[in-house]
Design a protein around this ligand. Sequence first.
Ligand code: NAD
Length: 387
Amino acid sequence: MRIAIAKEIEVGERRVALVPDTVGRLVKQGLDVCVEAGAGERSYFSDAAYEAAGATVIQDSAQLWQEADVMLKVNPPRDRHDGQSEVSLLRPGSTLICFLNPLGDPALVQRLAEQQVTAFSMELIPRTSRAQSMDALSSQAGVAGYKAALIAAAALPKFFPMLTTAAGTIPPAKVFIMGAGVAGLQAIATCRRLGAVVEAFDIRPAVKEEVQSLGAKFVEVALDEDTVAAGGYAKEISEAAKERSRQVITEHVRHADAVITTAQVPGRTAPILVTEEMVAQMKPGAVIVDLAAEQGGNCACTEPGKDVVKNGVTIIGTINLPATMPVHASQMYSKNISTLLNLLVKDGALNLNFADDIITSACITSAGEIRNQRVKDALAALVGVGN
Ligand code: NAD
């Protein structure tokens, strides 16, 4: 069975799906691994390193795609610069494993089903203890949270830590973090290591202890409604609850030197937590780093991929932060993918046991069918809009 690693074509993407170290382990298990020439270049993994690990380097990209039994990628398949689409290059009967954004792009899922490709969406790996080492959403969110804290510290015209110097005493920066999921918790930990005083807010009350255990203060808002959906994710809260939380967080935003927002509700645009009025009340020189920029942003002033300055406050609309740390982001993603492969491959062939909750949840197309009801509903809604 031939496992292939494609070179990513998304603008700004620097990660690669498998790193040489992981390739070496798969080759030892008897798998045939091929890598597109230059696939690891932007994450500093050379073709020579892949070859030394036992992979075959393929120069002809179309050949790699057509000969793959299992194609591994980071980003969803796209149209290439040579006019060919990566979906149409996939051989019917082959398998694709990558981030697919299935609810955001259900039409792509349909094309994969029509192409008779068995597709696995890394976003749909269940967030369970058993699947933890395959959880690429978590591994990449951790990278993003770390980097967001560094961006905030670098953009702030002040120190993060308290300093006692001969030239006077500098008080520590105050950082307010909204959304204490995987990215938010890593941002809290990183800001704390840099010496800032950190407060955090989340609508899921269960995160209070995790926030406190990292040395941050948890900002509580009594919402009087159920905020947690299946799988431990946040639910979209009512307008009244949003208003109540805004009333509480306004004060914390006003006093913060840096605000890092990470709030998301799966399958929905990100909630607006920081309004224009709140930005207008912030200190000049303050910084907002919006990790939800690609999902619409948690700040009303955010523009994805841009730094916007409003009343002396810099709002940074970050995009794809994991790609800015490609060495470790790729290493972690590679571990996630190879653990999933170990579950899927038996005796050198794919063995899809749909009784397994990880396989049934992450496998989104098989035998020409879309397997996920939410994607089918999203597709039906899309067709409805088109009519
Ligand atoms: P996410 O990226 O979907 O959201 C980030 C955070 O935003 C969440 O903590 C969410 O509660 C918060 N949020 C949503 N709306 C908000 C609002 N209006 N105001 C403030 N905060 C808001 O979440 P994630 O980081 O991918 O993970 C969320 C949860 O999934 C985890 O905390 C956990 O319960 C579960 N999880 C479990 C495992 C595991 O068991 N292996 C692994 C990862 C995640």
